[in-house]
Design a protein around this ligand. Structure first.
Ligand code: MIC
Ligand code: SF4
Length: 755
């Protein structure tokens, strides 16, 4: 039986009428995305049609998911909201804090030792406030959500950008910062700009080496890292129904890498099969009753150009395997072109590690496809040239895979390492031998992100993203430019052999099995549970509310850093070793912007103090400004804050005295995070003004006291030689978001309302 089946049934009861009403007010047939959005309006059935990409709308999501690295901050904030219990079903998953080094058992135990305080904190907060807790080793948040909680037509938010994975089961699932999760858990509306809609029509069927992963690798190449910003990507067509549910999850998952708000697929037989295989007949039966509402209207899919803002068509029958990278997930290269491109770009061709796993590709089906390659290689007398590392997505997947012999297959390569059911190397939780030497090298993985330093902290590691079966093939060949479709390999007898095409099993023939899934259900009545945070702790720190705006224009601000080029949340608040401070704002602030490239001088983590001309690390300079009572600002390029949902990337600068972040454009989640934490997230109305900003400028916001919805703000830039430029800044704050700024943060406002 499914968790929270009554909640799901209630949602389904609303569907027929809510969809009908939405069709009426919009006066047209509906996409699936619109059906889900319109049935989840905070104010009940629609009385007006919303303008996509413009209107802010209040929604009522059905559930919330959090992972350990973001949950700490989310729950520290929730504890301040003055509530006894969460208002909607919510879960926390311990998956990011487990370091991959020696292999699953030892690593898990080591992580329990080192993160004990944080896990205990999470477990007791969850217990107290009615939140389900998935213990360390239970699995990666999105795989566990897909297996247990995701349901067609539902809406959820999660404090992780890959929450979108649940689109594979036909949800609208959106990644958010912790402060947004607090809104929903506190029983308040959740606000989102009504998304635009991108339709992707899939025709044909996958064959040979092509996989679901290649669909999204190709889409990333088409849309690039910001092409999906502000939009929901909806997949449809006969190609879509031919994909497995976990394959759909893979595609939705990596939609985060094109900046999409989320991605989704209509309810179909593969989703039904998956629900039944994961012990959720009740959800499948309930979904079948309202089937026609859980997918887009026929007219929409017949004439998509009329109903989507943009339509892309991909023929799965023609799709070939891709590898995306290095350093960005949208640099897509068909494997057949890799030889030439790699040589031209001087990418190291020898591959040392081939990693399979992450929330994107760690399903049972993924493991079977990769295992089939390993078995084939063994039978042909091939040994791997690179080390294969595997992170299963959940204990259920691992247990079943072990029962069915898949783990034995992987272990036929002596060097294979099976890591914990956790994020591991995907988030820099990887103690990779030799990484500190910073040698130029190549790795391939089936993860979704490959920003510099992400996996092993080495800026010279070139990471390429591919399907699990391609990753397995490259493990065997040890070459980035290996094309399994055309190339042969030399086996131990000196013969030339070719790898056979991968074969996979969608769902385990004998069903899924698990002994201990690692779930802890919360206390019925948590009022007696005390959550203790020691003031001595360097891992956890209770939050002190940010100071409200004093009502005055900000005058005399200094530049903390002008970031040049790509500045993702990994650059703003690095993960890896820093994950240990995710619950301690002051300590984690020591990584603030240390990965951003300073536009003056091109270095990272070296900026000039405008107080005494000294050069120091970014967090230190920020602290000196703060101590001197000087407000600082950050300037950035396009798609600033791309990547993760981590609100630390907004809270840290806020904590260190930065009041405004002015950029050419923002990634969605980060922009909202800045607003929630009471900061000014602004964009240049004229992009070229970025070039006017000098290192030693002084900044005056001259009309902040007239800050209002739809009105631009003015910034006076005073250069060191006394000349000035007046710059016009755009913003997307509505009146209630301006109130967050005035209150010092959204949470300050909630607290006020609850007191
Ligand atoms: C990531 O993949 O970057 C993370 C780690 O899962 C983040 C969340 C975080 O920073 O904790 C994400 O994608 O939101
Ligand atoms: Fe974990 Fe990586 Fe997925 Fe983020 S992308 S949730 S770090 S597995």
């Amino acid at each position: 039986m499914a968790f929270d089946i009554n909640m799901i049934k209630k949602v389904y009861q609303k569907y027929p009428t809510a969809v009908e009403v939405a069709r009426k007010v919009t006066g047209k047939p509906l996409t699936l995305s619109e059906k889900i959005l319109y049935t989840h309006l905070w104010n009940g059935n629609a009385d007006t049609a919303f303008t996509r990409g413009e209107d802010y709308v209040d929604f009522a999501p059905d559930r919330v998911a959090m992972q350990d690295a973001t949950a700490q901050m989310a729950l520290l904030q929730f504890m301040q909201a003055g509530k006894d219990k969460v208002a909607v079903p919510s879960t926390t998953h311990a998956d990011h804090l487990i370091l991959a080094k020696l292999g699953a058992d030892k690593d898990l135990q080591e992580s329990l030792n080192t993160n004990n305080e944080v896990f205990n904190f999470l477990s007791s907060v969850c217990n107290k406030y009615g939140i389900g807790f998935w213990k360390p080793g239970a699995g990666i948040i999105h795989q566990v959500v897909l297996e247990n909680y995701a349901f067609p037509g539902g809406m959820m938010i999660g404090t992780d950008s890959h929450t979108v994975n649940a689109g594979g089961l036909g949800m609208v699932a959106i990644g958010v910062g912790g402060a947004d999760a607090v809104d929903v858990m506190a029983g308040m509306a959740w606000e989102l700009k009504f998304p635009k809609l991108i339709g992707i029509k899939l025709t044909g069927t996958l064959s040979g080496w092509a996989s679901s992963k290649d669909v999204i690798l190709k889409v990333a190449g088409i849309l690039n890292v910001k092409g999906g910003t502000g939009a929901i990507v909806e997949y449809f067509g006969e190609g879509a129904t031919s994909l497995s549910a976990t394959g759909k999850g893979t595609i939705c998952n990596m939609g985060a890498e094109v900046g999409a708000t989320t991605s989704t697929f209509g309810y179909d037989e593969s989703i039904e099969r998956y629900l039944r295989a994961t012990d959720r007949d009740d959800v499948a039966d309930a979904a079948n009753d309202i089937k026609e509402h859980l997918t887009g209207d026929t007219e929409v899919y017949e004439n998509p150009e009329l109903y989507f803002d943009e339509v892309i068509e991909i023929n799965l029958s023609k799709l070939t395997p891709h590898l995306n990278g290095p350093f960005t997930p949208d640099l897509a290269t068909p494997v057949s072109e890799m030889k030439e491109k790699a040589v031209k770009n001087d990418w190291p061709l020898d591959v040392e590690w081939a990693l399979i796993g992450s929330c994107t590709n760690s399903s049972y089906e993924d493991l079977t496809r990769a295992a089939s390659i390993v078995e084939d290689a063994v039978s042909k007398g091939l040994k791997p040239k690179a080390t294969l590392g595997i992170n299963p997505g959940s204990e259920q997947v691992r247990f079943t895979a072990e029962r069915d012999g898949l783990m034995d297959s992987f272990m036929k390569f002596e060097s294979t390492k099976i890591f914990t059911n956790a994020c591991g190397p995907c988030i820099g939780q990887w103690d990779r031998e030799g990484a500190s030497k910073q040698e130029k090298n190549t790795i391939v993985h089936s993860f979704n992100r490959n920003f510099a330093k992400r996996a092993d902290g080495n800026p010279n590691t070139h990471a390429f993203v591919g399907s699990p079966e391609m990753v397995a093939a490259i493990a065997i060949s040890g070459r980035l430019d290996f094309n399994p479709i055309t190339d042969t390999l030399t086996n131990e007898n000196g013969e030339q052999v070719k790898l056979s095409e991968p074969t996979g099993i969608e769902l385990p023939k004998n069903g899924f099995a698990v002994e201990d899934n690692g779930y802890q259900s919360p206390a019925e009545d948590g009022s007696g549970i005390e959550v203790v945070v020691s003031s001595e702790s360097n891992r956890l720190q209770l939050l002190t509310p940010f100071t409200p705006w004093d009502g005055e224009n900000i005058i005399g601000a200094k530049l903390l850093i002008k970031a040049e080029g790509k500045c993702t949340t990994d650059h703003i608040s690095m993960a890896g070793p820093w994950l240990r401070y995710r619950g301690h704002l002051d300590n984690i602030s020591n990584n603030c912007l240390i990965g951003a490239i300073n536009a003056f001088g091109g270095k990272t983590n070296a900026v000039v103090s405008q107080i005494d001309g000294s050069i120091d690390e970014v967090p230190n300079i920020a602290r000196t400004y703060k101590a001197a009572g000087i407000t600082s600002i950050v300037v950035g390029d396009h798609n600033y804050g791309e990547g993760s949902s981590r609100e630390h990337a907004a809270m840290e600068p806020r904590h260190l005295g930065v009041m405004a972040v002015i950029v050419k454009s923002f990634a969605r989640i980060h922009e909202t995070n800045l607003k929630k934490q009471g900061m000014l997230g602004l964009t240049f109305s004229n992009e070229a003004d970025y070039d006017l900003i000098k290192e030693d400028d002084t900044f005056n916001f001259t009309d902040l006291n007239a800050f209002s919805d739809g009105k631009q703000l003015t910034l006076e830039v005073v250069h060191a030689n006394g000349t000035t430029n007046t710059i016009i800044l755009n913003h997307t704050y509505n009146e209630s978001q301006i109130d967050w700024f005035k209150a010092g943060s959204a949470l300050n406002l909630i607290r006020k309302q609850n007191s």
